[in-house]
Write a protein that binds this ligand. Structure first.
Ligand code: NAP
Length: 250
């Protein structure tokens, strides 16, 4: 696959595995990070070594807080200068917070929506300029099963992830006639730093509630995203693909 791919939040966890998947498949990959510069640069160096390519030839670690429109515009300008238009955008950047709804502050609420929803809005608008012009492109949003069924003590997270599903469905209808697919992956519980705050008991309980009896891996999500980015999924748009071990069906 000879494409230019931007993965937001690619410094760690699910995003880094998605970036790795595309890079090993021959894509030019922009690895967006916010605070984890060192990790993004180390990932880029490891991929370049594995691929036997020189620094910056195929992999570009790139800073931007996706909630900040100006930083996103600058990021896209840098990608354009190095690799040209973005063919595949993966809106993966995210944050988590467990808190009672009654304790949420205005800032907690706004930050959750700023990263997940504003981030996808900014990046998708920037990516769509080139995609509409070329009449092709794929956008894959990383939502969550909590956006489908709601999670206690994660009301703001669940609401933001549900908004991402709404964005996916509506945008798919709007840009379908322009030859662009917009889909969503809704992971279940995945083994990443994001779940560090969960107690071992909670994790064990979540495993028990999952029909397949295990937590998912970053690779499980990367494979689903990769499928939605390649030509095998050309007739699929506006869909939510649950990758959750059977925790949410339908
Ligand atoms: P993670 O390990 O905590 O990584 C989060 C990533 O998002 C990091 O690369 C981080 O970058 C980036 N990020 C956070 N805020 C950002 C911002 N403002 N601008 C740009 N990047 C930002 O999380 P993860 O588990 O891999 O989660 C990835 C996605 O999957 C998230 O959208 C999450 O909601 C979703 N998800 C995860 C699970 C799960 O169980 N883990 C389940 C369902 C959905 P820096 O480190 O550089 O700041």
């Amino acid at each position: 696959m000879e494409k230019t791919v931007l993965v937001t939040g690619a410094s760690r966890g699910i995003g880094s595995e998605i970036a790795r998947r595309f890079a090993l498949e021959g894509c030019r990959v922009a690895l967006n990070y916010h605070t984890s510069k060192k990790q993004a640069e180390e990932l880029a160096a490891a991929l370049e070594e594995c691929l036997g390519v020189s620094a910056g030839e195929r992999i570009l670690p790139i800073h931007a807080d996706v909630s900040d429109r100006k930083q996103v515009e600058q990021m896209f300008a840098q990608i354009q200068g190095r690799f040209g238009d973005v063919d595949v955008l993966v809106n993966n950047a995210g944050i988590a917070q467990q808190k009672l709804f009654t304790d949420l502050t205005e800032d907690d609420w706004r930050r959750m929506f700023a990263v997940h929803v504003d981030g996808a809005f900014h990046c998708s608008q920037c990516a769509l300029r080139g995609m509409i012009h070329r009449h092709r492109g794929k956008i894959i949003n990383v939502s969550s099963m909590w956006g489908q069924i709601g999670g206690s003590c994660e009301v703001h997270y669940s609401a933001a992830k549900a908004a991402l599903i709404g964005l996916t469905r509506a945008l798919a209808k709007e840009v379908g006639p322009s030859g662009i697919q917009v889909n969503c992956v809704a992971p279940g519980v995945i083994d990443t730093e994001m779940n560090c705050a969960l107690s071992p008991e909670t994790l064990e309980q979540l495993c028990e509630e999952t029909p397949l009896g295990v937590v998912g891996t970053c690779r499980d999500i990367a494979e689903a995203v990769f499928f939605l980015a390649d030509s095998r999924s050309d007739f699929i748009t506006g869909q939510v693909l649950g990758v959750n071990g059977g925790m949410v069906i339908g």
